[in-house]
Ligand binder design. Structure first.
Ligand code: PLP
Length: 378
């Protein structure tokens, strides 16, 4: 067994040392950011410093950043805001995270899924057709399209989608939870009107994220209570979390990105050994890899690798514990293979060595399983 390989950054990334240090320092700040006395002002200053860092990541003004409890709340708040703004039909891509899908389905307004093509990219033709056929219920157009998918790493053409949504006078919400820290996620670059971010996917703490809302959007006051976050989200802010989030963002923006080299070498080795690389022909995040292998169920791979010290995940692992066939891979037309997929995802602490160990361990697992199933052939 090796010393331990963690290739599950898409589930959560290890805490960056910069985030840990900023949080440790914030523990010593006593004040409530809403208090007017000196301690309160000191707390407020730290909160605003963190907000300014998140704003730089999103290419937005600090005033457009609303801290939330994470990516889930940011997405839910965007959808509720769209409904509050009068949207009577929500368009969401077929590969959105469960939090987007569930929030849309629970919103009480018509929800239509925009299909993806087999390589995992939204079908822009289908989007156009939906935009041309206005909802019987009327109201402004809303589309939720993630920047990059959490299971395949496939990058979505948000700018192209934005052109179409803008032409219809609509609102494009982009879930940038996985893309942030890996690719540029400024509102302008993505063509987004609003953006969901989560600290723990880029080396910050769990339990904090942000909804960034550009000038064309209005955030609905979802949480009753005090006037925090400009009245958009009541409740005393999570100062320690925000400090860690801001520091992680700053560190992510300052770190060179390693490029896809190590992932691509691993992908080629997996493919040589009989795996299908999901979304291989699509632009993907550099350090995310989804493979599907006939007759090798996801849970066998995840558990076998774990026993050998390599941690990866299957399907939408962030709903946790359970390994179930992936809705995203089914939407890409993988059929039964959707139950045979695993995701390997690196991040700021990953060494290229980790990818090599993962490949070797997986080939060993596959060979052992094959020889148990077909002893004569071994
Ligand atoms: N959106 C995407 C694409 C995700 O991958 C996740 C978590 O895996 C979320 C949203 C939810 O983020 P959080 O865990 O911060 O609530």
């Amino acid at each position: 067994m090796n010393a331990g390989v963690y290739l599950d950054h898409c589930a959560t990334s290890p805490l960056r040392p910069e985030a840990r240090a900023a949080m440790a320092a914030a523990f010593d700040v006593t004040g409530n950011p809403s208090s007017v006395h000196a301690s309160g002002r000191a707390a407020r200053a730290r909160l605003e410093e963190a907000r300014a860092r998140v704003a730089i990541l999103a290419g937005a003004s600090p005033a457009s950043v609303t801290f939330t409890s994470g990516g889930t709340e940011a997405n839910v708040l965007a959808i509720r805001s769209a409904v509050a703004a009068g949207a009577r039909r929500l368009l969401i891509s077929a590969i959105e995270h469960d939090c987007v899908r569930e929030a849309a389905l629970a919103s009480g307004v018509e929800t239509v899924e925009v299909p993806v093509r087999p390589e995992g990219i939204i079908d822009l033709g289908a989007l156009e057709a939906l935009l041309d056929a206005p909802s019987a219920a009327g109201g402004p157009v809303f589309l939720a399209l993630m920047a990059a998918n959490n299971e395949t790493g496939v990058i979505q053409p948000t700018r192209e989608a934005a052109e179409r949504v803008r032409a219809a006078g609509g609102w494009l919400h982009v879930d940038a939870v996985q893309a942030a820290g890996r690719t540029p996620v400024e509102l302008d670059v993505l063509g987004a009107d609003s953006l969901a971010l989560s600290a723990h996917k880029l080396g910050g703490p769990q339990g904090i994220g942000a909804l960034v809302a550009g000038p064309r959007t209005r955030i609905f006051r979802d949480m009753p209570g005090g006037g925090q976050e400009q009245g958009r989200r009541a409740g005393t802010q999570n100062l320690i979390g925000a400090a860690g989030f801001g520091a992680a963002v700053e560190a992510a923006l300052a770190s060179p990105r390693p490029g896809p080299g190590a992932r691509d070498v691993a992908a080629a080795a997996f493919a040589d050994a009989g795996a299908l690389v999901v979304g291989a022909t699509a632009p993907r995040l550099d350090d995310v890899l989804c493979i599907a292998t006939p007759d090798l169920p996801s849970e066998i791979q995840v558990m076998g690798l774990d026993l050998a010290g390599v941690q990866v995940s299957a399907g939408a692992a962030c709903s946790s514990g359970k390994v179930r066939p992936s809705r995203v891979l089914e939407a890409m037309g993988l059929g039964d293979l959707a139950g045979c997929a695993i995701r390997l995802s690196g991040g700021w602490s990953t060494r290229s060595e980790d990818w090599r160990i993962a490949v070797e361990t997986w080939i060993d697992l596959k060979t052992r399983r094959q020889s148990r199933r077909h002893p004569a052939a071994a």
